[in-house]
Design a protein around this ligand. Structure first.
Ligand code: NAD
Length: 369
């Protein structure tokens, strides 16, 4: 019997609509092969939602997302909406709010090397060969969700006599937030190579010291079979480029995870190749790790593979179709092995007639399904 799924589609801004079209194309093809039909309902988020509704996350978008089996997002943002005026709505607020509203406290970013692209990394092939990291980032707490304020200090007490602006962001974590993300990391490790690096800044921050205590308690109580290693965030930033193969699962708080996952993405050679899943206790959201790439938007040259891999993660983690997900990865591997490249993953040895645009790359993946 054909399975029916309702997917909320959030194209967002920049290259969003271009890469989403390829994701949908691939889902339709893989669905036809694996006995699933998808109905896609589009909704607004980010800059396009600010333009249409004055709000980066209109209520209607949330309603559609909540009534879906999964949410597929491309990317939001662009120079049109960039402002330092904190009273103006920003596209990224739509992202932060949808994560919070859907309770998506876990962000899972796999960092894998497609061997055909090993030469695209800025690191030597022998350093990155075989890298396979799962970054588990806490997504709804920490600095990005703490209270923030701007003040104007008048000259006088406490200002060192210097008037001027003061800005405050608050980094706050509660024990249950650390505990549930630690469990996600240990569970993921058990399906992989059974090693977790817990990344913090416990030599400076109290939130990190609590993070470390809670991660160890959860480990000792329920996951003693998994190897647990504490690592400071600054050392992790170095180790990721020094010896990335030492990592299996990396679990960390929101801002550290944001930065480290982009660094880890870069060692693969292209941000355009990495997908992510944001999960909680209800509907999950799947998106590429990259942004809206306004510098290449509208030119039909964006790499759609991270978006297509996000569709694969959706099939695996939200829709119970791991075979279909594996089929997508196989098709992409074959396309790359044949030498096809988008502009961002080409190198000096790529022949001009093997460089394709967004739609052609989507068609090639469909062809291999
Ligand atoms: P970006 O990821 O959009 O782009 C960084 C570089 O990578 C650019 O040179 C871009 O052309 C390239 N790139 C990214 N995705 C690509 C793809 N699929 N194919 C080919 N090249 C690709 O990051 P940025 O330039 O820092 O940010 C641009 C906008 O995106 C900003 O408004 C930012 O706030 C937003 N952003 C959104 C998200 C999101 O929606 N999750 C994430 C990061 C940044």
């Amino acid at each position: 019997m054909t399975k029916q799924f309702k997917i909320c589609v959030l194209e967002g801004d920049g290259i969003g609509p271009e890469i989403m079209a390829e994701g949908i194309k691939v889902l339709q093809a893989v669905g036809a092969k694996h006995g699933a039909e998808f109905s896609f309902e589009k909704a607004l988020i980010g800059g396009c939602a600010i333009d249409a509704a004055g709000d980066p996350l209109p209520a209607q978008t949330l309603d559609i997302a909540r009534a879906s089996d999964a949410v597929l997002l491309a990317a939001v943002g662009g120079p049109k909406w960039d402002t330092t005026d904190s009273t103006k709505p920003r596209p990224e607020q739509g992202l932060l709010r949808i994560r919070k509203e859907l309770g998506l406290y876990t962000n899972l970013r796999p960092v894998q090397i497609f061997s055909a692209l090993a030469g695209a990394s800025t690191l030597r092939p022998e350093v990155i060969e075989g890298v396979d990291i799962a970054i588990v980032r806490e997504l709804t707490g920490g600095l990005y969700f703490g209270e923030r304020h701007r003040y104007y200090d008048e000259p006088g007490a406490g200002t060192g006599g210097a008037p001027g602006q003061r800005a405050v962001d608050t980094l706050e974590y509660r024990e249950y937030e650390v505990e549930r993300i630690a469990r996600q990391a240990f569970e993921a490790a058990r399906t992989r190579r059974s090693r977790v690096h817990s990344v913090d800044k416990a030599n400076v921050l109290d939130t990190s010291r609590m993070w470390r205590e809670v991660v160890h308690r959860v480990h000792d109580e329920d996951y003693a079979d998994v190897e647990l290693i504490d690592m400071l965030v600054d050392n992790t930033a170095m180790q990721l480029v020094n010896d990335p193969r030492q990592f299996d699962v990396v679990v960390t708080e929101n801002m550290f995870g944001d930065i480290l996952s982009d660094e880890a993405a870069q060692i693969t050679g292209s941000l355009g190749m990495l997908a992510s899943a944001s999960m909680g206790d209800g509907v999950s959201l799947f998106e590429p790790s990259h942004g809206s790439a306004p510098d290449i938007a509208g030119r039909g040259i964006a790499n759609p593979l991270a978006q297509i891999l996000s569709c694969g993660m959706m099939l695996q983690y939200a829709l119970g179709m791991p075979q279909a997900a594996a089929d997508i990865t196989r098709a992409i591997t074959e396309v790359l092995d044949e030498g096809w490249r988008t502009g961002d993953i080409k190198d000096a040895s790529t022949p001009a007639d093997k460089i394709v645009g967004t739609a052609a790359m989507g068609d090639l993946v469909v062809g291999h399904l």
